[in-house]
Design a protein around this ligand. Sequence first.
Ligand SMILES: NC(=O)c1ccc[n+]([C@@H]2O[C@H](COP(=O)([O-])OP(=O)(O)OC[C@H]3O[C@@H](n4cnc5c(N)ncnc54)[C@H](OP(=O)(O)O)[C@@H]3O)[C@@H](O)[C@H]2O)c1
Length: 244
Amino acid sequence: MKILIIGATSAIAKATARLYAEQGQEFFLVARNEERLLALANDLKVHGAGSVEHRTLDLTDTRRHQQTLDQAFDVLEHIDLVFICHGSLPDQEACESNFELAQQEIHLNGLSVISLLTILASKLKTQGSGTIATITSVAGDRGRQSNFVYGSAKSMVSTYLQGLRGKLLPFNVHVTDIRPGLVDSPMTAQFRKGALWSAPELVAQKIVKAIAKKQHTVYTPGYWRIIMTMVCSIPEILFKRLKI
Ligand SMILES: NC(=O)c1ccc[n+]([C@@H]2O[C@H](COP(=O)([O-])OP(=O)(O)OC[C@H]3O[C@@H](n4cnc5c(N)ncnc54)[C@H](OP(=O)(O)O)[C@@H]3O)[C@@H](O)[C@H]2O)c1
């Protein structure tokens, strides 16, 4: 299988890529940090990857998306799976009083992903096959006081993916929305970890299985589907008072 991973140096992406490397898959990796990309490329080769190419890109620079994706398709020739993983967890309070900051975060977590999806949809339609798997978040399921800037960017992507899934169905292109719960990664390094937290390696196992089964919306770990069903069922009159 030929796999394009965008935001490849994310902890969840790395753990997922490692599982695919063990299957001997071929990779084109995109991330912004050359040193971390090289380390990942070497790690994947050691773990059995068929081949690994990489390019650096600050993913907020949407003007360069077309060129980088063209390179990925030129190198791999045919792409079976695109896995989009980049993101950041904004300082919610800071964003509430600074629109520029909120805009940057929404650009990174929302619009940069939609820019990639726009180009990828066109390329995979032409190819007539492939899967696009995108990491969003359970945070997009309901706007909570503590992180609604991040949540709104993620829900924008989830809604976009729902529509895109139908558009790409006649072209034999599958779309998977991956919604992790709480994952112990550099993004969440500042939080104290409890029972609901998972390791990226566990989340990665679920992602690989879900992609193989062509699932539509994946909560990982699976109990987050139950948690979010409960969160979404709380009446707004109560929910607006919850400091969560
Ligand atoms: N951790 C969680 O609890 C959790 C929960 C739900 C959803 N998610 C989502 O899961 C995905 C992966 O996150 P993670 O937990 O694996 O965290 P992570 O290890 O911190 O990964 C975030 C990745 O985004 C990349 N990135 C940030 N800004 C970028 C930019 N401008 N250009 C290119 N790359 C950029 C980072 O690159 P560098 O390596 O260069 O910093 C890093 O590789 C994200 O979309 C996140 O929103 C995470």
